[in-house]
Ligand binder design. Structure first.
Ligand SMILES: Nc1ncnc2c1ncn2[C@@H]1O[C@H](COP(=O)(O)OP(=O)(O)O)[C@@H](O)[C@H]1O
Ligand SMILES: [Mg+2]
Length: 253
């Protein structure tokens, strides 16, 4: 078991009367791969933003590597090693794919000059974007946009990588490629938290699953255990997600 890397200590977040996190506590250790599922609007992306420093919690503490980071902004947290993708991609549209990844290697990864360029090139290779290197981000299709979002996050050299619905809309072969990329990142010792509705993608990577609903975590255990829990099933019913897409369902595996 690795050392605690990310700790949430009774973190609460609400938007007006909408409670997205109610006194949530969580420890993610070095080497962990945690999946988070939950209905739309549950607050999964908001939770990532509280961790990455894009949103302040109403109360509670976020610690990274044993150190409180509440007072740090997103750029400082990124340099500490908290990397994330955004559900709505945030690449620089007028820049090429390579330039986008280079900026991430510089600002987030703390590299300059040749090492930055070499890292950017390696990450493009790793994420299957090498052939798109010189295309403006604005001209990418959905799959390539998702890949660029992932590449930018990897290029910041995170110790914790948070993925927000990077498998949405991908075909089965594309999902399998994505699983390989994420598992490659894991093998380098990076901890992963992956928010995803595409359960067959999640189960290819994570060994622990949590469901976020009503501001609370429901279930915490192996993906099979958590997906089999009546409470979690109930939360998924009617959402069109999760049901029939559980491990052992066969799809994409
Ligand atoms: N910046 C914001 N200001 C106000 N409400 C927000 C903001 N961000 C998210 N919300 C609301 O918080 C809830 C959770 O959103 P989100 O975190 O995107 O959920 P999820 O990622 O689980 O679908 C939704 O009701 C959403 O409308
Ligand atoms: Mg979301």
């Amino acid at each position: 078991m690795g050392a605690p890397l990310l700790e949430l200590d009774r973190v609460s977040k609400r938007f007006g009367s909408v409670v997205v996190a109610e006194s949530l506590s969580l420890t993610v250790r070095t080497g962990d791969a945690l999946g988070i599922v939950g209905p739309n609007g549950a607050g999964k992306s908001s939770l990532f933003s509280v961790i990455s420093g894009d949103l302040a919690p109403n109360s509670g503490e976020v610690r990274f590597d044993g150190r409180p980071v509440n007072a740090l902004g997103a750029a400082a947290r990124c340099r500490l090693g908290i990397g994330r993708t955004y559900q709505v991609p945030r690449s620089f549209e007028h820049m090429t794919v390579f330039e986008n990844v280079l900026v991430a290697a510089g600002r987030g990864g703390g590299l300059a000059g040749r090492p930055a360029a070499e890292l950017a090139a390696a990450v493009l290779e790793q994420t299957g974007l090498r052939v798109e290197a010189n295309r403006p981000a604005a001209r990418l299709g959905l799959l390539q946009r998702k890949r660029l979002e992932l590449a930018r996050a990897i290029a910041t050299r995170p110790r914790l990588l948070m993925l927000d619905e990077v498998a949405a809309g991908l075909t089965d072969p594309e999902v399998r490629q994505l699983i390989e990329v994420v598992n490659g990142v894991r093998r380098e010792g990076v901890a992963v938290i992956w928010v995803e509705h595409v359960v067959r993608a999640l189960v290819g990577v994570v060994d622990r699953l949590i469901c976020l609903a009503g501001g609370r975590f429901i279930g915490d255990g192996s993906p099979a255990e958590v997906l089999a829990s009546p409470e979690v099933k109930e939360v998924f019913l009617g959402t069109g997600y999760g049901v029939g897409d559980t491990p052992g369902g066969g799809a994409g595996r």
